[in-house]
Design a protein around this ligand. Structure first.
Ligand SMILES: C[S@@+](CC[C@H](N)C(=O)[O-])C[C@H]1O[C@@H](n2cnc3c(N)ncnc32)[C@H](O)[C@@H]1O
Length: 332
């Protein structure tokens, strides 16, 4: 998934920095990805550490993490995917509010794909209700649907708005492709909580932090993924069909330093790694000042090609490269 702030392309560099600075064997470590999003970083550590704790405040992310991190033993899914891919089209909430068929004519999906999403989502829920699938399979199927629906969304990558005409990738018929997870013998934990609340209830060895760095709220930008994942009924608001969404303190200039310091102070982890870039709401020196109050600090940085929303939005960006920082703290 092309996700704002995704560390997919940076995850090897992050791992390199962690392995260079963490002094104990990582195979014995509890690694927490507290703002995990798509789980790119946690996924890259999953087979190396003793246990992963993954968390994100958004439900769509929780569903992805329950699959990519929580699932650790092989599942038999081929017959289920085959049956879901062959379902008869069925209009439901997505078709009605997020395709041209609805009154608001929101062009997020073609009518065909909207109907496929509705039919598949309903069937997954019915299998869960009748106990035909267990929780692991439920989240595997949900993650599979979220990833496959995102591939055919008619957006400039995020769901803050839709395109006026159906683009080529969105005109393709949705086909479920398995959201494959790595198998491990060890179990992992997944949460959907505010980071500052969860931090007081967990402990471990390596804490990786990748909070939002600017004012763009994830709940607004990915509202449709929450709507598909939650399958709840509400009145979509305005032109874009927005739902109510969680507003993060990390997206507010007036709150972010307080929230960040509270997190570092309460963290029961010896090593903390924070990804942040040079265009964030907190300056590099503000982060440094806060972290230095709690132990030994060092900084790694890398020149990195920024998130590409799409070609249209990209025209507004002057430069395509940004400095990505990894702030490292060994807590006293
Ligand atoms: C920069 S993204 C993380 C990207 C992730 N590392 C990846 O590679 O996909 C920040 C994430 O923090 C989550 N988030 C924002 N505020 C949060 C909070 N207060 N507690 C927990 N998660 C939060 C967002 O939903 C978003 O997924």
């Amino acid at each position: 998934m092309n996700y704002i702030g995704s560390k997919n392309k940076l995850s090897s560099w992050i791992k390199e920095c962690v392995l260079k600075t963490y002094k104990e064997p990582v195979s014995d470590a509890v690694f927490c990805d507290l703002f995990a999003g798509t789980g790119a970083v946690a996924r890259n550590f999953k087979t190396d550490v003793k246990q992963i704790i993954a968390n994100d405040v958004e439900y769509y992310s929780y569903a992805l993490l329950k699959n990519y991190i929580g699932n650790h033993q092989a599942l038999v899914y081929e017959p289920l995917l085959k049956s879901l891919n062959q379902l008869k089209a069925k209009s439901g909430f997505i078709t009605e509010h997020y395709t041209q068929q609805g009154k608001a004519e929101r062009l997020y999906f073609t009518v065909e794909n909207g109907q496929k999403i509705d039919a598949i989502r309903l069937q997954i829920e019915q299998w869960k209700t009748t106990n035909d699938i267990d929780e692991d399979t439920y989240f595997f199927l949900l993650a599979t649907l979220l990833e496959s629906a995102d591939k055919v969304a008619n957006t400039a990558s995020v769901y803050g708005s839709y395109l006026k005409k159906i683009k080529t990738s969105a005109s393709k018929t949705l086909i479920l492709e398995p959201a494959i997870f790595k198998e491990t013998t060890n179990k992992h934990s997944v949460f959907q909580e505010d980071a500052n609340v969860l931090i007081k209830k967990i402990s471990g060895d390596i804490l990786y932090l990748d909070p939002p760095y600017n004012a763009r709220q994830y709940g607004a930008n990915y509202h449709l993924l929450n709507t598909i994942a939650k399958m709840d009924i509400f009145v979509p608001s305005g032109k874009t069909g927005l739902r109510e969404y969680t507003k993060s303190n990390y997206c507010k200039k007036s709150e972010v330093t307080k929230a960040f310091e509270d997190l570092v102070a309460n963290a029961q982890f010896q090593y903390i790694y924070l990804s942040y870039n040079n265009e964030g709401l907190m300056s590099q020196s503000e982060v440094e000042k806060i972290m230095k109050r709690y132990g030994n600090y060092r900084l790694e940085s890398k020149n990195y090609q920024r998130f590409k929303a799409d070609k249209t939005e990209n025209r507004n960006h002057k430069a395509n490269f940004t400095n990505e920082f990894l702030h490292i703290l060994e807590k006293r």
